[in-house]
Design a protein around this ligand. Structure first.
Ligand SMILES: [Zn+2]
Ligand SMILES: [Zn+2]
Length: 383
């Protein structure tokens, strides 16, 4: 009897315990990224009720998180990103707080009724949600504690503790903290989001957080040939069995051999590729012009949208631009192009008129990188 209590019903070797723990924590991560994030929150995929019921049950059992809370807090993060209203912005709270106290920030926002009401549309409100997952939200993790002890004895308590820490560490601290702080950026999004690693396995593909902020409603997070999103792999596997349907993926801009000539195609391809266009301009025109000034100022201040700069950053930038007229010209052209692409002008005649006047101004400066970019600007094609 005492032996069963110490070792549980299924005594395993150390390696087997480790594998078990990795598998169950990975299922939790998959439930978060597929069901909560890509499914309910952004409607990028449609999950079959059998699978979504499993994910909801699993999240109740292993995290005690409610769909409506998670979804509302995350939608607010997208809506208010990097402002004081962002529930977990490292820019506002500081990276240490978001990483070490990410779960506290989540719980604080969870108690903000206004947030939950405003941002929780389309979340489940059925009987099991109301009575069990909301009404008895802590019963799941208590049940898990008992199951773990029954299966593995005292080791089960350690496994349970790891399961309890997994989401606060990897999801709350990892994605919300590191995913807005460390790593590389494919797109100059209007936030500090980063891709923590090109290989997204440990946190289910959420490592590619900059790609996600660039295209929040896209089901696939990997957007470069060398990136891997394990969440997307699961979506494809579940899709084979009819358990998951892709609703949206990111537009894929490519540069074709010949230039577009008709106004409608130019307008549509540029508006669909606006993030890629601005990022291309930043990398191909702005960055080479910045090289001489690289020791004086961080490139990020030039690459970011001016609205994102604080007063002291603005002063530093203006001081530099005052002394470098070429860089100043290119910087202003970048901001103007950003405005044109985000102007919501969908009438192609009007759009082309504004674009042509921007192009003529750009051409008048005789800067080679700019001339090359003008050809590129008419060669985007979305596939
Ligand atoms: Zn984010
Ligand atoms: Zn999101």
């Amino acid at each position: 009897m005492l032996d069963t209590f110490i070792n549980g019903l299924i005594p395993l070797s150390f390696i087997e315990y480790a594998i078990y723990t990795l598998v169950v924590t990975h299922i939790t991560i998959v439930a978060i990224t597929l069901y909560l994030h890509r499914g309910v929150c952004h409607s990028a995929i449609e999950i079959h009720p059998i699978l979504s019921h499993f994910f909801r049950f699993w999240l109740w059992l292993t995290t005690s998180m409610r769909t409506a809370d998670w979804v509302a807090i995350h939608r607010k993060h997208h809506a208010k990103v990097e402002t004081e209203d962002d529930p977990h912005s490292p820019t506002f709270y500081g990276i240490n707080k978001v990483i070490l106290q990410g779960a506290d920030l989540y719980h604080k926002e969870k108690n903000n009724k206004e947030t939950i009401e405003k941002y929780s549309q389309n979340c489940p409100t059925d009987w099991v949600e109301e009575k069990i997952y909301t009404g008895r939200n802590n019963l799941g993790i208590l049940l898990l504690f008992i199951i773990n002890i029954a299966l593995f004895g005292t080791v089960g308590i350690i496994i349970w503790a790891i399961q309890m820490m997994w989401t606060p560490i990897f999801a709350a601290g990892g994605i919300n903290g590191a995913g807005h702080y460390w790593g590389y950026r494919n797109y100059n999004t209007n936030d500090d989001s980063t891709n923590m690693s090109p290989i997204g396995i440990i946190i289910g593909g959420e490592e590619l957080h900059n790609n996600h902020h660039a295209y929040p409603t896209a089901a696939k997070f990997s957007l470069r040939p060398w990136e891997f999103d394990i969440g997307w792999m699961y979506i494809k596997i579940f899709g084979i069995f009819g358990l998951c349907k892709v609703k949206r993926v990111a537009p894929k801009p490519v540069i074709q051999e010949k230039e577009n000539t008709d106004a409608k195609t130019i307008t549509q391809s540029l508006l669909q590729s606006k993030l890629a266009v601005i990022t291309d301009f930043t990398q191909r025109v702005l960055k080479p012009a910045y090289q001489e000034e690289r020791f004086k100022l961080s490139f990020k201040l030039l690459a970011d949208h001016p609205q994102r700069l604080n007063e002291s950053q603005e002063n530093k930038l203006n001081a530099l631009l005052k002394d470098d007229s070429t860089l100043n010209t290119i910087y202003k052209l970048k901001n103007k192009l950003h405005e044109i692409l985000h102007s919501r002008q969908t009438k192609h005649e009007k759009f082309i008129e504004t674009l042509n006047s921007w192009s003529s101004e750009a051409k008048s400066h005789g800067i080679t990188a700019l001339d090359d970019f003008l050809i590129r600007l008419r060669s985007y094609k979305v596939i």
